[in-house]
Design a protein around this ligand. Structure first.
Ligand code: IMP
Length: 472
């Protein structure tokens, strides 16, 4: 409440409950209709979302999707920002007649070309040692490393050429030595101080000219006090969280809800006061390596042990491979950023229980219910068996997680339907078996359902409870 007694705007946080690609974009899109400001609080251009507006398709990896719909888009201090991506996405949107209102935190760290190169160099060095995460190659890890090492360069530093020059002169020789002496790789322009200085000073000038940089916390607090509704848009997912995910097969930030406070400069009470919606895909998908107990079939270069086993990670039957292909095709399970086929598996409740606790989820949005239609049976992993021990949630050690055997519950499948009609008519129009499935999931995770996605468009979402209208 501000001094005049006007109520503050509501805050809603949307997080991925699994391994990213849960369809957060569609949900964010749907609820950003009620929001005034859409804020990203972590990650960078490793995320990818497709927004459809007025029959136009926009592929974005950094700009929050709300910016396409005339909302203010903010990239918080917890993000890592590649200015080249940011400005080229902005230019591309302008060329298509939009004028997005974008703000970038002066405290956010900048991704430089040497970060991208080092990302690839280290992934290659890890290959064959079961340590590579299958990163998106966008320099995310190396940039967060420099942030934690207190040698990073922030957006605010790009605005001051003397500071920028000094920082580059300190850090770039170290990076060059790392690439050349430790990894034995030849370096070029990406490690050239003069070149970097010229390019990045230019980006800084443009950000200043366009008035795009802000102190995010202060900006958002003012907006909230003015009654504006704020939506925090998490990227990636809980099991990719550097603290709460399956380390080291994770990204280098915290996609979980706590980071919405740290990554923007509003306090945890503000985030906790609002709804926190966990987006769930009705099955599982993952891009990259690491264990996945409920995986069906496997994908070369990503499923651990796949090549060593002659293209069969764990003696899957041919049926499972076929099923995996069917789900992959039906769900369009190919990476938005990298185009890689995604690994797929059955829904994993131990993973969702973990996500619900870590992010204090107040609601679930269950997507891709249409993708599973027409399967004879649908399975859900209700708990794990680890050498005779029953586990309700994922264990903290990745090695133990990789030895977990899923214990499944089977559901009768549901028929294909006219999903547009189902979305229009609402929850009761959902096939009975699909309702039994989502209600079981919600009961097991002890979190109510806010929405169900039955197609890619924002109109194809059944809203049971709109978090922005809760206090009204
Ligand atoms: P990085 O974020 O590029 O460092 O990649 C680390 C891990 O996170 C890899 O396994 C990636 O495939 C995964 N990852 C990163 N961003 C996304 C995303 O937006 N969706 C799904 N997986 C992601």
């Amino acid at each position: 409440m501000d001094r005049a007694g006007k109520p503050d705007g509501m805050v809603v946080t949307i997080v991925g409950s699994q391994l990213g690609d849960e369809g957060k974009g569609g949900i964010v899109d749907r609820w950003s209709e009620s929001a005034d400001v859409v804020v990203r609080y972590q990650g960078g251009d490793n995320a990818g979302h497709t927004v459809v507006n007025d029959n136009q398709e926009y592929k974005l990896s950094l700009v929050p999707s709300g910016a396409v719909r005339g909302k203010v888009g903010v990239l918080g201090n917890g993000c890592v920002i590649n200015p080249e991506t940011l400005l080229s996405e902005l230019d591309a949107l302008r060329e298509r007649g939009l004028d997005p209102d974008l703000k970038v935190a002066r405290r956010a760290h900048v991704i430089f070309p040497y970060h991208r190169e080092l990302d690839g160099i280290e992934e290659r060095a890890k290959e064959g040692k079961q340590l590579d995460a299958g990163t998106t190659g966008r320099g995310i890890g190396p940039t967060y490393e420099d942030k934690a090492g207190r040698r990073g360069i922030r957006i605010g530093d790009l605005l001051d050429s003397e500071v920028l020059r000094g920082r580059l002169e300190y850090v770039v020789p170290q990076k060059r030595a790392l690439a050349e002496s430790v990894f034995g790789v030849e370096t070029g322009d990406a490690f050239d101080v003069d070149r970097l200085y010229e390019d990045y000073r230019g980006y800084g000038e443009r950000l200043r000219e366009e008035g795009m940089t802000v102190n995010t916390g202060a900006y958002l607090e003012d907006e909230r006090e003015a009654g504006k509704e704020i939506l925090f848009e998490g990227a990636q997912g809980t099991v990719l969280d550097i603290d709460h995910g399956n380390y080291p097969f994770v990204t280098s930030s915290n996609p979980t809800a706590g980071a919405a406070a740290v990554g923007t400069g509003l306090g945890p009470a503000v985030v906790g006061e609002g709804a926190i919606v966990g987006v769930v895909k009705a099955y599982l998908s993952r891009v990259g390596t690491g264990p996945l107990p409920t995986e069906l079939g496997g994908v070369e270069g990503q499923t651990p042990g796949y090549e060593a086993n002659g293209g069969d990670a764990d003696d899957d039957t041919e049926d499972e491979e076929t099923l995996a292909t069917e789900i992959r095709e039906a769900g369009g399970e190919y990476g938005t950023v990298t185009g890689r086929p995604r690994r797929v598996g059955w829904l994993d409740l131990p993973m969702l229980r973990h996500a619900a606790r870590v992010s204090s989820l107040s609601g679930l949005a269950i997507n891709h219910v249409d993708t599973l239609a027409a399967l004879e049976t649908v399975r859900v992993c209700e708990r794990y068996d680890l050498a005779g021990e029953a586990l309700e949630a994922i264990p903290a050690s990745t090695e133990r997680w990789s030895r977990c055997e899923p214990v499944y519950r089977e559901f009768e499948g549901w028929p294909d339907a006219d999903w547009e009609r189902v979305a229009e008519e609402g929850y009761e129009a959902l096939p009975e078996n699909a309702r039994a499935y989502v209600e079981y999931v919600s009961n097991e995770v002890e979190v109510p359902i806010d929405a169900i996605g039955v197609g890619p468009g924002r109109e194809q979402t059944i809203v049971l409870d709109d978090p922005f209208s809760r206090s009204e």
